[in-house]
Design a protein around this ligand. Structure first.
Ligand code: 5GP
Length: 142
């Protein structure tokens, strides 16, 4: 499948659709998932147009993972979590629903619930998302 430059995440990176942004740099962009599986569920994207992990050059992938490595501990701290899961889906059969490469960071608390992936039952309240994004941004800027 060819990269579709009208996908939701391409539009978010371009500023054509809103998001609760937590971080951006020359290579990457990170914002909250609107259907969080845990509080603080963050998506980290490369700016470059890539559908999945097989569709990105090694250098851009390294930049993306460096951002994941930088943000994960900040998100864990901001959310008072105890650990985190990284998830990354390739292809519809694997559960990918938005076809711009992204890494999920899911902070986990001991005994905390992990909700279903991509379930509309998880749709978050805008105010809650903005409060979480503010906590994460403050930790990144600290
Ligand atoms: P995938 O299944 O492709 O790995 O994950 C796509 C993720 O994007 C899902 O976790 C879903 O909740 C999230 N998502 C879908 N549409 C939007 C949107 O418009 N804005 C944001 N922030 N997240 C979205």
């Amino acid at each position: 499948m060819a990269y579709d430059d009208q996908n939701i995440f391409a539009k978010i990176i371009a500023g054509e659709l809103p998001c609760h942004k937590v971080y951006e740099d020359d290579h990457s962009f990170a914002f909250l998932d609107i259907m969080p599986r845990t509080a603080g569920h963050t998506l980290v994207l490369p700016r470059t147009a890539a559908e999945n992990i097989l569709d990105i050059d090694a250098e851009s992938l390294a930049h993306l993972m460096a951002t994941v490595r930088k943000l994960a501990p900040k998100i864990v701290k901001a959310m008072d979590a105890d650990g985190f899961i990284l998830q990354q889906f390739n292809g519809a059969a694997a559960g990918q629903t938005v076809f711009h490469l992204h890494v999920h960071i899911l902070p986990r608390k001991e005994g905390g619930r992990l909700k279903h992936h991509g379930s509309e039952d998880n749709m978050a309240d805008e105010k809650d998302l903005e409060a979480v994004a503010a906590r994460i941004r403050a930790e990144i800027d600290a």
